[in-house]
Design a protein around this ligand. Structure first.
Ligand code: SAH
Length: 397
């Protein structure tokens, strides 16, 4: 039986949650004397027992659970989940009917009213990601609700909890047709190979759709360096946009066959493109030694990276990364600086950019900015959940 717990909120949290803040932070609630089960429903109240909201308990690194409703009478059941999912589906009507794009986010956690749960669409297949054991305890109702609202060709899932940072190699198939991977999806007419049953990642980060399009549109006649390139999705966009040549750099060995595959599915001869399995920071020295320079440099590092030799944190080291990139960017060239680190905002990110260019005595102009695309819905009035920050910078001299 699911536990129902009455939990008293601290006064600051009452104000935030009443204003629509969806996350239940660890210190938002009065310490409870007994342990709570993951998935417990929380009746959140003020000090007089007055109702504020209903949420669920599910430990994630950012908090201990999420608000589900601020209507006291609303039941958290299959009907509730079906309503949330169908509202989310309705908001993506344009994407569902698009012929140019067949992969996008259908349900974006807190932005669509259920934190800890995301659902992505890949050419008929649905991939559900569960971010806590708590939300996973609702899976029966949620899968039934999903089936009621949309026609699923097949369903896959990712369990993003209890893995101690490692992805346990389970089979991610849930129901329906089994996918044949790689599955080919379209994004603004560009093809990408994805695999929904191959570890934590699928081969493409859907939140960068508009940035891939922007790079495509800037690339004609340009040389492009794609650092932290993963499966080379940015390189493919550049090549299709008419780039004179792309160089993809990633230290993961798997990035090589995965990048070759992304080029192949787009009928691009991968031998005409440069793919390097190496540390980006070693590549910067290599490029300097060989006097290589590029018209466009894409920087999209993970928030944290550790190798035997070094650690890199975007919050600390982004200015240094930009300065290294500037050394191998042609005058008049462009740097696409991206980060998904949620611990700082766009304003702060721009101070990193300013610092790097000042220290290099180089003028610059920000020509475009991107955050999450529309399908990655963010809760109203809480831009801190909009973790993606991408700035396209023109290097002046
Ligand atoms: N830009 C990619 C996603 C990058 S994910 C895209 O849009 O598809 C981060 C990647 O950085 C991973 O593939 C990881 O292998 C790589 N990586 C982490 N540290 C690195 C380093 N020091 N040098 C090169 N690649 C690194």
């Amino acid at each position: 039986m699911r536990q129902l717990r009455e939990v008293r909120l601290q006064s600051k949290a009452i104000k935030d949650i009443t204003n629509g803040y969806p996350l239940i932070l660890k210190d938002a609630i009065e310490p409870s004397t007994s342990e709570m089960d993951e998935g417990s429903l929380l009746h959140l109240v003020d000090k007089n027992g007055g109702y504020i909201a209903t949420g669920y308990y599910g430990m994630q690194n950012k908090g201990i659970g999420w608000v589900l409703t601020r209507k006291e009478k609303e039941q958290i059941d299959k009907k509730f989940f079906a309503k949330k999912i169908s509202e989310a589906v309705a908001k993506r009507a344009n994407l569902y009917t698009s012929e140019d794009t067949t992969a996008f986010r259908v349900f974006n956690g807190e932005g669509d009213g259920i934190g800890g749960l995301t659902i992505d669409f890949f050419n008929g297949f649905y991939m559900v990601s569960w971010y806590s054991e708590g939300i996973y305890s609702f899976k029966e109702d949620i899968y039934q609700a999903l089936d009621e609202v949309v026609n699923t060709r097949g369903v896959y899932e990712k369990l993003r909890f209890h893995t101690n940072g490692q992805y346990v190699g389970q089979d991610d198939y849930v129901s329906g047709e089994k996918g044949e991977f790689p599955l080919i999806i379209l994004e603004n007419k560009m093809k990408y190979a994805v695999d929904l049953n191959d570890g934590a990642m699928t081969g493409i980060f859907l939140d960068q759709r508009n940035v891939r399009k922007a790079l495509h549109d800037h690339s004609n006649g340009k040389t492009v360096l794609n650092t932290f390139s993963y499966t080379g999705a940015f390189s493919v966009a550049a090549a299709l946009g008419g780039s004179l040549g792309t160089t993809s750099v990633d230290l993961a060995k798997r990035s090589l066959p995965k990048t070759i595959e992304q080029f192949q599915v787009n009928d691009i001869n991968h031998e005409s493109q440069d793919i390097k399995v190496m540390n980006v920071f070693d590549y910067f020295s290599y490029a300097a030694r060989h006097q290589l320079k590029f018209d466009i440099v894409v920087l999209d590092p993970p928030s944290f990276a550790r190798t035997k030799k070094m650690t890199f944190s975007t919050a600390k080291d982004y200015p240094k990364l930009l300065k290294d990139a500037l050394d191998i960017t042609n005058e008049g060239g462009t740097i696409i600086a991206s980060t998904n680190n949620a611990s700082f905002n766009m304003k702060k990110f721009k101070t990193f950019i300013d610092k790097a260019f000042k220290e290099k005595n180089t003028r610059y102009k920000i020509i475009e900015e991107y955050q999450l695309p529309e399908d990655f819905t963010v809760p109203h009035n809480f831009p801190e959940f909009n973790y993606l920050k991408v700035v396209i910078i023109k290097v002046m001299n």
